[in-house]
Design a protein around this ligand. Structure first.
Ligand code: DGL
Length: 271
């Protein structure tokens, strides 16, 4: 048993979709979340910039005594995973591997769609892993660069004409490709589940990267006997690199629970 907290980070609020799952699946764990809201979105950045940002995010989180870190960001996971794992002496879990594993399990037609940020799609990390796990799978990928800013603006509800128009445009080719499984390879996208689900239709299974990373953490903690003692109630601390009030206002929608006035702003450039 290990009572130390788990660190989780993302470019902004998207990683809170992973925190929501984490808190449901492992209510005893203490979570420390950092959202780099001053520098979101990450999805169009170069690999060098992503690595610089991710190292700072990790350095901040590691100012706490953590037992593991979840990179609740498809963009960082697909571009920097090996480097960050090599540089850290605690388990670092990303979203790519668990998400691809789940999609391989659920697809029947072996025609899988991938939507993610431009940096994730261009890295080829998801596609490579699909090929390694099942060379017979056909992957159809589409970068959706407008999704993250729209979600961060709170424009993710069904019936919002802007998000629905953008989503229909992005998803057209994937519908035409007749995929039976669609990977939501960015942790902001679970907020769009309803919009995306209604465009893709009920026969397409949506695989949620945030949720899969939470399962991966649970498995890892169990294997290492490092879970927090059952019966204890874990807390969550939230940090952001921009205004705390903005995080508190929108973050509740991602978490589906009130955050309250407990977000602290930090200067990420100092790390
Ligand atoms: N939520 C992140 C991801 O999973 C980051 C998106 C962004 O900042 O562009 O890719």
């Amino acid at each position: 048993m290990d009572q130390r907290p788990v660190g989780v980070f993302d470019s902004g609020l998207g990683g809170l979709t992973a925190v929501r799952q984490l808190r449901q699946m492992m209510p005893s764990e203490h979570i420390i979340y950092f959202g780099d809201t001053a520098r979101v979105p990450y999805g169009n950045r170069s690999k060098d910039t992503l690595l610089k940002y991710a190292r700072q995010d990790l350095r901040f989180l590691r100012s706490f005594d953590l037992k593991a870190v979840v990179i609740a960001c498809g963009t960082v996971s697909s571009n920097c995973m090996e480097t960050l794992q090599a540089e850290n002496d605690i388990p670092v879990i990303g979203v790519v591997e668990p998400t691809v594993r789940r999609a391989v399990e659920v697809t029947r037609s072996r025609r899988v769609g991938l939507i993610a940020t431009r940096a994730s799609v261009n890295s080829g990390a998801y596609q490579r892993l699909f090929y390694e796990m099942d060379p017979g799978i056909q992957v159809f990928s589409r970068a959706c660069p407008l999704f993250v800013p729209l979600v961060e603006e709170g424009r993710f509800h069904s019936g919002d004409v802007v998000i629905e128009t953008v989503a229909r445009e992005y998803l057209r080719e994937l519908r035409e490709a007749e995929v039976d499984t669609l990977v939501l390879g960015c942790t902001h996208y679970p907020l769009l589940m309803e919009v995306i689900g209604s465009i893709m239709g009920p026969e397409v299974t949506l695989v949620d990267a945030g949720c899969e990373s939470a399962y991966a953490l649970k498995r890892m903690l169990r294997e290492r006997s490092a879970a927090a003692p059952e019966g204890t109630v874990g807390d969550a601390d939230y940090y952001a690199s921009d205004r705390a009030a903005d995080f508190e206002r929108l973050g509740g929608l991602f978490l589906q629970e009130e955050i309250g006035p407990k977000v602290r702003q930090i200067d990420i450039e100092a790390y």
